[in-house]
Design a protein around this ligand. Structure first.
Ligand code: 5GP
Length: 173
């Protein structure tokens, strides 16, 4: 069955513009590095940085947590590290989805250990599973609350397919 649209490209564009302005308002002045988590966040990151009206640098962390399955393997593996140190810089970690939160918390610990001036998180989608488990550690910036379903499109895949869909879609079983 083809994926069913959940969030349209126009709704994503509106929300990304709001997020960019909010991030610029709330993040302290000073050198900013936006760190995108590959591969799922690449499209969101590309749009988001264009909506943040200040000087910044872009960097990426390659991570594998699911393999090609649609359930969490419980294992986070770094497949490629940052290109430059983040010590003394404000860091905004950009992730596609917070589901169990395992990936995000692993990456936050990793980045915190490198001495950034500040560390904030921005996720495109937050699933109910995250909100249930991590109510004590809120995300700084959230695009949309997502349902408890597997979503694809706008950079998100199922076994590497569907990343090119312009909206966010529910993959029907
Ligand atoms: P967590 O570690 O929070 O359980 O999972 C985070 C990662 O799992 C996300 O960055 C994303 O790559 C993947 N993931 C979780 N839920 C979904 C989903 O509904 N669709 C897709 N395509 N990936 C998901």
């Amino acid at each position: 069955m083809p994926p069913r649209e959940l969030i349209s490209p126009a709704a994503i564009a509106r929300r990304v513009a709001e997020l960019g302005a909010e991030i610029d308002r709330r993040l302290p002045a000073g050198p900013l590095t936006v760190v995108g988590v590959l591969r799922g966040a690449f499209m969101f990151m590309a749009d988001l940085v264009r909506a943040i009206p200040r000087d910044l640098t872009c960097d990426f962390l390659g991570v594998r947590s699911y393999g090609d399955a649609t359930v969490s393997s419980g294992v986070v593996e770094i497949t490629s590290d940052l290109g430059a140190p983040v010590a003394g810089r404000h860091v905004l970690l950009v992730e596609d989805i917070a589901d169990t939160g395992l990936t995000l918390h692993y990456l936050l610990d990793l980045l915190r250990a490198r001495g950034p001036a500040s560390l904030h998180t921005c996720v495109l989608l937050a699933k109910p599973s995250y909100r249930d488990r991590h109510s004590g550690t809120p995300l700084d910036f959230v695009g949309f609350d997502a349902p408890d379903a597997y979503v694809v499109g706008y950079g998100l895949d199922a076994a590497q397919l569907y990343r090119n869909l312009p909206g966010i879609n529910i993959l029907e079983p």
